[in-house]
Design a protein around this ligand. Structure first.
Ligand SMILES: N[C@@H](CCC(=O)N[C@@H](CS)C(=O)NCC(=O)O)C(=O)O
Length: 317
């Protein structure tokens, strides 16, 4: 198997989702740390515009968004599965709720001024204030259609969501049965952030001990076999590995837009992160798009996106 390179940063919840899945599937991977705010020149060399975290690199193929990364990892290492046959649809539906509604609700709770002070390094406001300001300006530019929930409302909703998760765990160790699946990893990462990065806000977990025990079970999975790498090495590897690392089939081409293969297109998230990736459309299957682009430093790069959550447009040439 070609080397899996995860571009991520330690405090990123969506990265934790993938780190834990790499551990669950007992995969070896290389870790490249990316900045948490713009500018991200090495990220841009590989993705061509997409700036969200994490993304997975295999040779000169870049897989954006954790929903797609999960499909890629499942293809590479089918067991243990993320999609148990009896709950395939349900696992994806719960994961989508967790990655969107649960994530944003938990984040609004976590970023209560006390939580924000801790996340941005603690101490006096003069210390963490400027870091928090740069972060919130950066994220402010990314938000296109994300609901902003005031902290008290988010806290109330988060409590309800925790009770729902707890009731799913009454008769079973994981959300959908005896083994973890995609639903568990997606619901885990926002709570992981509360527990580990904004722990002053973690009192909210005390009312649902079954959820805390479930978090402990998932945390015990660990992150698999990881070695460190650098962004410069990753870009160089991309440039010297033309068209290696393709995991997903690019057939059949499924046209919903009247855009022919080979057209110059842009792909952009429909909700968070307005930066487009532009290039030649080489695949549009039931589940994903692939764009081929040429970068000064990274050479010919294939960038893959899930269809759900992304908008495809034809670019004028
Ligand atoms: N739908 C995306 C969401 C990823 C996401 O929002 N990640 C956050 C970090 S946890 C992010 O990109 N923040 C901005 C950044 O890192 O530049 C996915 O599943 O990968």
């Amino acid at each position: 198997m070609m080397e899996l390179i995860l571009h991520h940063y330690p405090s990123s919840p969506f990265s934790e989702k993938i780190r834990l899945i790499l551990g669950y599937k007992q995969l070896a991977w290389r870790s490249v740390i990316v900045p948490s705010i713009l500018p991200k020149p090495d990220v841009m060399a590989l993705t061509g515009g997409y700036r969200k975290t994490p993304f997975l690199q295999i040779g000169s193929h870049i897989y954006c968004d954790t929903a797609l990364i999960c499909d890629v990892l499942e293809q590479l290492q089918p067991r243990p599965t993320l999609y148990p046959p009896a709950h395939k649809g349900l696992a994806r539906v719960v994961a989508q709720w967790a990655d969107e509604r649960l994530f944003w609700t938990a984040m609004s709770h976590n970023f209560h001024p006390r939580g924000a002070a801790q996340v941005f390094g603690g101490g006096a406001p003069e210390h963490w204030g400027p870091i928090a300001k740069a972060f919130s300006e950066d994220r402010g530019r990314m938000k296109t259609a994300i609901p902003r929930t005031p902290v008290p409302d988010a806290t109330a909703a988060y409590r309800s969501y925790l009770r729902r998760l707890s009731s799913m765990l009454e008769d079973q160790p994981y959300l959908l049965g005896d083994a973890p699946c995609l639903a568990d990893f997606a619901a885990y990462h926002p709570l992981w952030f509360t527990r580990t990065q904004a722990s002053v806000m973690a009192g909210i977990l005390e009312a649902t001990p079954a959820v805390s025990a479930w978090l402990d079970r998932l945390a015990a999975i660990g992150h698999g076999r990881m070695e460190k790498g650098t962004a410069a090495q990753a870009v160089a590897l991309c440039a010297t590995s033309p068209d290696t690392g393709r995991v997903l089939s690019s057939e059949p081409f499924q046209d919903e837009h009247g855009i022919a293969p080979g057209s110059r297109v842009s792909i952009v998230s429909d909700s968070f992160g307005p930066e487009p990736t532009v290039g030649e459309l080489v695949a549009a299957t039931r589940l994903h798009y692939t764009i081929r682009r040429v970068d000064e430093r990274a050479g010919v790069v294939h960038v893959h996106f899930p269809r759900i959550g992304y908008v495809l447009k034809k670019e004028e040439t």
